[in-house]
Design a protein around this ligand. Sequence first.
Ligand code: 5GP
Length: 194
Amino acid sequence: MKKGKMIILSGPSGSGKTTISHCLLSKFPELKFSVSCTTRSIRNNEIHGKDYYFLSINSFFSKIKKYQFAEWEEVYPKLFYGTLKNEIYKIWKSNQHILFDIDVKGGLNLKKQYPNNSLSIFIMVNSIKVLKERLITRYHKNYENDETNINIRLKKAKKENNYAKLFDFVLLNIDLFQTKKKVIQIVSNFIYGK
Ligand code: 5GP
């Protein structure tokens, strides 16, 4: 099978990854979002098969046993997330490149498996205080059912920042407009080889 390219967006929860990935998907029609599996509950603004494949723990573990994941992580205590190998092949088969929004360990894992055709970008913010404010706003908007509380996400964010240097690009997201502009440039160079 012909391999396409992969763009890996990682960074702490609240850093702006999701907004940036939506921006990239609308800008580059040749990009397709990799839908991950998760065992966390569905939020009221999410759609099964579009945002995630929402699985029971049993079904997630059965996929681990059958080696169906390219990578998987216990991203938060007792909450599992993973990328299906089949999701990757399906997108490449349709002659598109893949966009991942995954956690730092998962992102580095994929980069290791696909060193020649991947681009990894770490999105960070300049302070934990800013992250906290963003997470609180988001929580009030969407997260009624969410098991992962803000403190767990902040704790993880502090650890995740230590891995930033292992990514191809690190972008400090202070001004979202500027960050989007930079990401578009980086991705454009990567896809079109400018
Ligand atoms: P959320 O629960 O906010 O949707 O996602 C929590 C974290 O899990 C985010 O950092 C997100 O990027 C990450 N994530 C989503 N899908 C995957 C995946 O397939 N693998 C890994 N390792 N992390 C993922």
